[in-house]
Design a protein around this ligand. Sequence first.
Ligand code: UGA
Length: 450
Amino acid sequence: MKISVVGTGYVGLVTGACLAEIGHEVVCTDNDAAKIRTLESGGLPIYEPGLECVVGRARKQGRLSFRANPADAVAAGDAIFICVGTPPLPDGDADLSAIDHVARLVATEAKSPKLVIEKSTVPARTGQELKRALAVYGRKTSVTFRVASNPEFLREGTAVEDFLHPDRIVVGVEDETAERQLKDIYEPVLERKFDCPVHTPACPDGPAPAWLVTTINSAELIKHASNSFLALKISYANMVADLAERLGADIGEVTRAMGMDPRIGPSFLSAGLGFGGFCLPKDLQAFVHLAERSGVDFSMLKEAEKINRRRIDRFFEKIREALWVVRGKQIGVLGLAFKPNTDDIRFAPAVDLINRLVAEGGRVRAYDPQAMEKARAMLPQIEYAESAYEAAQDSEALVIATEWDEFRTLDWERVRETMARPLILDGRNLLSPCEMRKRGFEYRSFGRPD
Ligand code: UGA
């Protein structure tokens, strides 16, 4: 099928590249001309494991192209995936102006019937507004528009794998034609008929993805409700960690046992600095707004948000307690990205933490395996190290802010020797307290006995 993808953030890029990978002819566009130039010249604006390979392969086979002219790009596809950003407004509500803009573009440029698919995360009922906008902006055309919602559940860092091996594909539709078109698009994924770029020589066995057909409103709600639930789960684990710390229990032992109950599940129970990124925090806020607008008191979500904001305060207290005075001291920070395997620093807890350290007069020397370039632009006031060892050198404390795998296996003796004071403040409970103390470090983390 011919497909247009509007928006080349990580969702748009992964969606476009993977749709081309499974056999469709895909044209991607973005109103950021510089980004399109980068993509056309073979570069990638983000780091996402596996993406380079998928984009390269699809371009070589002529199935994936990038166009700066959005009018051309939307005219090219029978199905148009809207993957534009829905950033938070000052009051926390989602800014849907980019979706409105795409609706106008599609309505005025389309010369043939289009299935317009919302992939961006949007509040429930946006599909209805989109339908109305297409009708209003397209009042002079006889072209038929269908609207569908197809929320994405892609996690940064594993987005390519998540696209090709999803646990479920949710499609919110209003008629069978739209459902059939979406099924055609996803058939190779549903039937696992593609040459998997992630797993060699073969994909692991597992159940086929579930195909869930819902109303558009339900599909939109599923996405917001899922992300908000994940945020709740993390905040819950963080509160249990605080309690464990007071009671002398170990949060790792507690969540491990909790997670073995299939009704709870083991993931998203990792205590630490809390959740960041461009999805969970903004989706939680937008969901709170949606509930308020709909007359539903969902204040438990506000509490989850408040708990998350306080994680930085809690961690900062630990740092201050350990260092006594922060002013004038060099602090090494390992990790800048909001999570490992990405270079995304948007709403990253590490960024908030660094701002606090700098405001308190600390001298920060940071290192991240992938996010340094983006961080340099956002945090020009700190020093950047070429390696974790360089960040540790002469530091009076080493803070772990992102749980990159490479930080698990550092040569800790080397780290200890080079630090001014062998103090580790582990904001992600990445390391074993017992091991680190045996190695001669003062070590603090969340919810584990000192
Ligand atoms: C999230 C959802 O997990 C995806 O399903 C969804 O598709 C995506 O948002 C989206 O809406 O586009 P993502 O933002 O990539 O994905 O990141 P997560 O893996 O959800 O992690 C979010 C934050 O929570 C990170 O800062 C991570 O460090 C933190 N986290 C995660 C914890 O603090 N504890 C945990 O146990 C798990």
